[in-house]
Ligand binder design. Structure first.
Ligand SMILES: [Zn+2]
Ligand SMILES: [Zn+2]
Length: 174
């Protein structure tokens, strides 16, 4: 996802529109593999704001993640807006820019090529829900026999017992 900003690089206020429709490779986040169900659609505008290039736009895609309870694959839509500022690499010689760069507030571009791929991936990651359920009523997997409780019942005793109560129960069983 590379923008050629040659046309707008010299003139403050100049802008260009762009769009990409690109298949992204699977990612591994916190040990979990995230696959893409559809290519990512990214569209927006790059504007020369004087100090750098401001890239604003919208990202649409669908990812495949596992249900937090039963591990079935669930498709999650991602539709989010993004706004990132890029400065020429040589600007990093100035301490104020260097600091912003270290903090991740700004990004850099080289020559006239501005690559937004990393920031797009960051936006995908930020928008992955912490907990995904295939349905609000998902009953999960039995922690003892491993059966999918949405499909069949099992006879395991899975009442979750408070560990303190469990200790008491054991004492009574003696
Ligand atoms: Zn589920
Ligand atoms: Zn069971």
């Amino acid at each position: 996802m590379e923008l050629n900003i040659k046309k707008i690089s010299e003139k403050k206020g100049a802008h260009l529109n762009f769009n990409f429709y690109e298949k992204l490779s699977p990612m591994v986040i916190g040990g979990e593999k995230i696959d893409f169900n559809t290519p990512a659609f990214v569209e927006g505008t790059a504007t020369n704001v004087g100090s750098g290039i401001l890239v604003e736009g919208r990202l649409n895609t669908e990812i495949l993640v596992n249900c937090s309870r039963c591990l079935k694959t669930v498709c999650v839509k991602i539709d989010t807006e993004f706004k990132e500022e890029y400065v020429k690499e040589s600007k990093l010689n100035e301490p104020s820019y260097h600091e912003l760069y270290e903090q991740g507030e700004i990004h850099i571009y080289k020559e006239n090529k501005l690559d937004i791929m990393n920031e797009i991936l960051e936006n995908v990651i930020l928008n992955i829900p912490m907990k995904v359920l295939c349905s609000a009523e998902c009953r999960g997997i039995c922690s003892i026999c491993g059966r999918d409780l949405n499909v069949e019942q099992c006879d395991c005793r899975t009442e979750s017992v408070d560990p303190r109560l469990a200790a008491l129960q054991k004492w009574f069983e003696k």
